[in-house]
Ligand binder design. Structure first.
Ligand code: NAP
Ligand code: G4F
Length: 339
């Protein structure tokens, strides 16, 4: 039985990857950091199938001990301070967890089990102020946030350990991927959660920032399989994973409200733009300055050709299906609460 250690197991991707690896017959170890209360909502259904182990990316010795004791065949490093706006408020912490934390894990592997295969969760946020359209493995990075900068460091330290110590270490440069398990501070889930709350009369309207930002959004459940596939290749290589289609935040909001039976129309410009329900004349969306960022990443679009050719990558869920799935899940959740 192969052993996999997954960091970030309590996060969106960790929970989907654990589902996938268990189905493949792996023994899964999920790394959790110490919290005053348990935070197992996304992995509740796997509580007795995963072995939870405690360590922290900020603590070198805890990682050494983990690798020594588990002797994993594969490590998936999904843990990070992953919310871009927080990285402006806590840039040093973000650098420690999202950047240097990766070096700590690689050092633990180098000393305790150098034949472990290592997956690093790199990000399209590294492309930032994009240098070409669409973005591939060859596109130069230009990060626009402390989070993006930390991910670039993490990316290159992974390349460096591969080249210096011959560790099977790869980065998946993943574009935004979403699901009903997405954190509610990220824009997609913020929208679908608000749509459901408005539908059940629990919220009046939704405040958003830059409606013109465009992302290449895919479904998290499709993406975790690619993480695993990257570690099953003959030689370690980095891959871009995305759908090759981008949509704006405004598009995401429009489709979400439509999916819940609202008919939204956009009026006004930039800071004064509003989303109005055509049938009732009620304002559903307002733009608020507080959600704008000091430096925006305006448009991300993947060129996933390498993954298509070498990994057989083809996303199963379309953008519209993804939005529908997220809205339905949130409607169901609030239907239960409102009864
Ligand atoms: P997420 O839901 O925010 O989960 C982050 C996980 O990291 C949580 O389990 C969190 O634990 C853990 N964590 C944070 N700091 C830690 C520390 N110091 N030590 C140990 N664990 C720590 O993120 P996600 O969306 O699943 O993303 C997974 C990874 O992919 C992240 O590295 C993210 O930056 C990267 N990524 C995500 C996307 C995307 O669109 N989702 C795209 C590209 C790259 P707690 O539950 O205790 O907070
Ligand atoms: O959903 P977001 O917060 O995701 P962002 O910043 O693209 O980061 C996510 O994807 C990265 C991959 O590229 C990951 F590495 C990272 O960990 C994370 O998962 O924001 C998306 C866009 C931004 O342009 C933002 O300005 O939506 C815009 N936006 C507009 N109004 C908003 C809002 N974002 C948030 N979070 N909240 C708003 O009200």
């Amino acid at each position: 039985m192969k052993k996999a250690l997954v960091t970030g197991i309590t996060g969106q991707d960790g929970s989907y990857l654990a589902d996938f690896l268990l189905e493949k017959g792996y023994k899964v170890y999920g790394m959790v950091r110490r919290n005053s209360t348990e935070n197992f909502e996304r992995v509740e259904h796997l509580r007795y199938s995963i072995q939870f182990v405690q360590a922290d990316l900020l603590d070198q010795m805890s990682l050494m001990k983990l690798i020594r004791e588990i002797q994993p065949d594969e490590v998936y490093n999904l843990a990070a301070q992953s919310f871009v706006p927080t990285s402006w408020d806590q840039p040093v912490y973000t650098g420690e967890a999202t950047g240097i934390g990766v070096t700590r894990m690689l050092e633990a592997i180098r000393y305790e089990k150098p034949d472990t295969k290592f997956y690093q969760a790199s990000s399209s946020e590294m492309f930032g102020k994009v240098q070409e359209m669409p973005q591939s493995e060859k596109t130069p990075f230009y990060p626009r946030s402390p989070y993006g900068v930390a991910k670039v460091y993490a990316h290159f330290i992974t390349v460096n350990y591969r080249e210096s110590y011959d560790i099977f270490a790869v980065s998946g440069i993943l574009f935004n991927h979403e699901s009903p398990r997405r954190g509610k501070e990220f824009v997609t889930r913020k929208i679908t959660d608000a749509v459901a709350r408005i539908k059940y009369g629990l919220q009046d309207k939704l405040e958003l920032g830059n409606l013109d930002a465009k992302r290449d959004w895919g479904y998290a459940g499709d993406y975790v399989k690619m993480m695993w596939l990257m570690l099953q290749q003959e030689k370690p290589e980095d891959f871009v994973i995305g759908t090759g289609k981008a949509h704006s935040v405004r598009d995401f909001a429009t489709i979400s409200f439509n999916a819940a039976g609202f008919d939204i129309q956009w009026e006004g410009e930039e800071m004064n733009e509003r989303g109005i329900d055509v049938r009732t004349g009620k304002t559903l969306v307002v733009v608020s300055e507080k959600f704008f960022r000091p430096a925006e990443v305006h448009h991300l679009l993947a060129n996933p050709q390498k993954a298509k050719d070498k990994l057989g990558w083809e996303p199963e869920l379309s953008f519209e299906q993804l939005v529908q799935m997220m809205v339905e899940a949130d409607l169901k959740r609030y239907e239960k609460i409102s009864k």
